[in-house]
Design a binder for this molecule. Structure first.
Ligand SMILES: Cc1ncc(COP(=O)(O)O)c(C=O)c1O
Length: 366
């Protein structure tokens, strides 16, 4: 092992702190623990996806179709665009990397909102970009501030909408204002990983802006569609953007089972309807219960809720582990007293609230 490795590694990598995924039951020594930490689908996998995976297993010795036309076509039809406007990725994470790889030169500036999904920062830092992080306001991305911070050095803006970890979203009017007279020299990435959960009419799908702006929209099969473990996501954009992203994409980036399962779940109306119902009911229950406990929660349009737990979030997570429940502390996002809980199934939500009630009681008796 060469001991001067730190002299060999790229400078931009030296100080990177790798992404910390949500913990599993195994991590906390309790395989039966309830996992409410990674915003996955509460009802599991679509039976249609499981069925198709079983039937495809015998074919996995073959390379999969590269950039499968039929799946891109299916997705494109929903949005009224062409298959040339869609690129698939090994999770939308991979597409974030492809964007950085294709468009970002070292020392160019990337604007981010804080807090936001950590992979934007990590990818941009690894590429040697300059990062401008702008604080959100009242638990919402501050679009006005972001717009006024754009300079001739700015190359890219990454924003999740709805925001992870806040759960809040930017509405149609706010986004319209932002696009008005926006410089054409920058690329805007709106990550819509949680869009399917939003129930309000004023949520901007943004498809109409694809031709007038340098806009890339990201979507995923990991959350609403329940395929996080298979790794598949996609981007919708102008075909010229997609062409460039394809230039830096490795062949066969999306595996065969993911392609087939995504195609199956796309049409599984029953599963998707059930998912929405479980989230809606669970969210109402959790909000109501936390309200009774006098805990402040950020208004969420997604399948998770971020909560001010009135103590160090990491400490609270440890206490939750003791009750066999895994939630996420938001310290890495700069929200030290917050935890994020994913809406689970009815029984899971109940267990979470019971644990929270006990923890609060214990705290008040200290
Ligand atoms: C805002 C946001 N974007 C992207 C992702 C990554 O999704 P994928 O599993 O498709 O890589 C996540 C996952 O947590 C997310 O929260």
């Amino acid at each position: 092992m060469p001991h001067q490795l730190q002299n060999l590694v790229k400078k931009s990598i030296l100080d990177l702190r790798p992404y910390q995924p949500g913990k599993s039951g195994k991590d906390i020594g309790n395989e039966k623990a309830i996992k409410l930490a990674s915003n996955e689908n509460p009802i599991g996998v679509s039976p249609k996806a499981t069925e198709v995976i079983k039937s495809c297993l015998k074919n996995i010795y073959r390379y999969p179709p590269d950039a499968p036309f039929s799946l891109r076509e299916k997705i494109a039809r929903k949005y009224g665009v062409g298959s040339e406007n869609i690129i698939l990725g090994n999770g939308s994470d991979e597409i974030i990397e492809l964007i950085v790889k294709a468009f970002l030169n070292p020392a160019e500036e990337v604007i981010l909102s804080e807090p936001d999904f950590l992979i934007y920062k990590l990818s941009a830092q690894a590429a040697g970009a300059k990062i401008a992080s702008l604080p959100s306001k009242d638990f919402k991305t501050d679009l006005k501030r972001i717009k006024s911070s754009i300079s001739n050095k700015t190359k890219l803006i990454f924003l999740s909408n709805p925001n992870n970890p806040l759960g809040s979203y930017l509405n149609q009017d706010e986004v319209k204002d932002f696009f008005n007279n926006l410089s054409k020299d920058i690329i805007i990435v709106f990550d819509q990983a949680y869009a399917e959960f939003v129930e309000t009419e004023d949520y901007p799908q943004m498809l109409e802006s694809l031709d007038s702006h340098n806009l890339i929209l990201l979507r995923t099969f990991s959350k609403f569609y329940g395929l996080a473990g298979l790794r598949i996501g996609y981007a919708i954009s102008n075909s010229r953007f997609i062409e460039y992203l394809n230039k830096v994409r490795l062949p066969f980036n999306v595996n065969f089972l993911a392609q087939q399962a995504a195609s199956a779940v796309w049409n599984d109306k029953l599963f998707l309807k059930k998912t929405k119902e479980v989230i809606k009911e669970g969210k109402e229950y959790i909000y109501k219960s936390l309200n009774k406990l006098n805990l402040f929660c950020i208004d969420s349009a997604t399948n998770f809720i971020s909560i001010d737990v009135q103590e160090d979030g990491q400490t609270l997570c440890q206490k939750m582990f003791n009750y066999g429940i895994i939630v996420r502390d938001l310290k890495p996002y700069g929200l030290d007293n917050f935890v994020r809980v994913t809406i689970g199934q009815e029984e899971e939500n109940k267990r979470f609230i019971e644990a929270m009630t006990k923890i609060k009681k214990e705290n008040s008796s200290i």
